[in-house]
Design a protein around this ligand. Structure first.
Ligand SMILES: Nc1ncnc2c1ncn2[C@@H]1O[C@H](COP(=O)(O)OP(=O)(O)OP(=O)(O)O)[C@@H](O)[C@H]1O
Length: 328
């Protein structure tokens, strides 16, 4: 089962540039979470801080009792082995075929025999639908295949926490839909805690159990998917609606005058009614039941009283619907 990741009061700056401050959230064990945010709000910096590659100046990241910010280098190094990382471009070695790329972490970090390495690599290649392509070089395959190879490589060391940085970037909508299903199927199979950074609204709407958003150096919110999907918070509604109107501008924040003019001009034209919450993806037929989804159901039903009305209604409806949601 995946491991809970507890983030407490995390603040990161580069020199005088503060990236975000006082970020506090918990990635529940074995659940899938998504972090949204306009470009440049520090989502990648956040992922790197979770694995201890970047050092925030304040706060803690607790994983199995190890603080990835202030812990000893030895503890951080050991804990990092629990992670599987999938970078935006797959980050494959161009001169190695897919088999060797996927086998790389096993050859570097384990003492397994080649026969065992072969078994694991082929199993992961099958998980991501790449059997038959193992002899190809990264330059000979499509972007979508490269991403899936990156995902296979992220999985070879049996990670308990999987971080995916914009797994959809450069993919067409159909490939993105397949990738969304693949992420849910993987979660069903390995029960790892997953955090996906994305701008993709379809992934945000259909994949995660939980969602958060970074904006203007703060975590706007983090919680069950229904909280964000029904939120009337202007920045969240604008982002999830993919609209120009709202506080997010081309270079992150609009000035007050532009915002006021926009609100006057658009008054009455674009009512912000409650948005519909589409059902979350379920594992494909034949896949195991997602244990994270079962745990999430208990967790979220236990916190209903603390949630806004719209989210509470959406959660109650999704768990009482005969199809979709998690079957009891
Ligand atoms: N090592 C570094 N040194 C200095 N500044 C950095 C470093 N890494 C990132 N930054 C800065 O931190 C900010 C956030 O970058 P980051 O890549 O995390 O954004 P992001 O939200 O992932 O963006 P995008 O969605 O466009 O990928 C940027 O202004 C970037 O220039």
């Amino acid at each position: 089962m995946g491991i809970e990741v507890v983030v407490e009061g995390l603040t990161k700056s580069f020199g005088k540039q503060n990236i975000w401050q006082d970020v506090t959230l918990t990635l529940p064990a074995g659940e899938v979470s998504v972090m949204l945010g306009p470009s440049g709000t520090g989502k990648t910096v956040f992922l790197k801080s979770l694995i201890g590659l970047l050092k925030p100046e304040h706060g803690r990241v607790l994983i199995n009792g190890v603080d990835m910010v202030n812990g000893s280098e030895k503890d951080i190094y050991e804990t990092r082995k629990l992670f599987g990382l999938m970078f935006q471009d797959g980050a494959l070695f161009g001169s190695m075929n897919l088999f060797d790329n996927v086998a790389f972490p096993l050859r570097e970090h384990s003492r397994k025999k080649e026969s065992e390495i072969r078994r694991i690599v082929m199993e992961r290649m099958e998980m991501v639908g790449l059997v038959g392509a193992e002899g190809k070089l990264p330059g000979e395959i499509s972007g979508g295949m490269r991403k899936r190879a990156g995902l296979a490589r992220a999985l070879v060391l049996d990670p308990q926490i999987v971080l995916c940085d914009e797994p959809d970037s450069g993919l067409d909508p159909v490939r993105t839909a397949y990738l969304s299903q693949l992420l849910i199927d993987l979660n069903a199979q390995i029960d790892a805690t997953m955090l996906i950074v994305t701008h993709n609204l379809d992934i945000a709407a259909t994949v995660p159990d939980n969602m958060g958003m970074l904006f203007l150096r703060n975590l706007v919110t983090f919680g069950p998917r229904e909280v964000l999907l029904t939120s009337s918070e202007p920045v969240i509604a604008q982002f999830l609606g993919g609209r120009r109107e709202g506080p997010i501008g081309m270079s992150e924040e609009k000035d007050a005058a532009t915002l006021a003019m926009e609100q006057t001009n658009s008054r009455g034209l674009r009512p912000d009614g409650p948005r519909t919450v589409v059902p979350q993806l379920e594992p494909s037929p034949g896949m195991p039941v997602r244990q994270g989804a079962l745990r999430r159901r208990e967790r979220v039903l236990g916190m209903l009283g603390q949630l806004p009305d719209a989210a509470r209604t959406a959660i109650t409806q999704s768990y009482s619907a005969p199809a979709g949601g998690v079957r009891p």
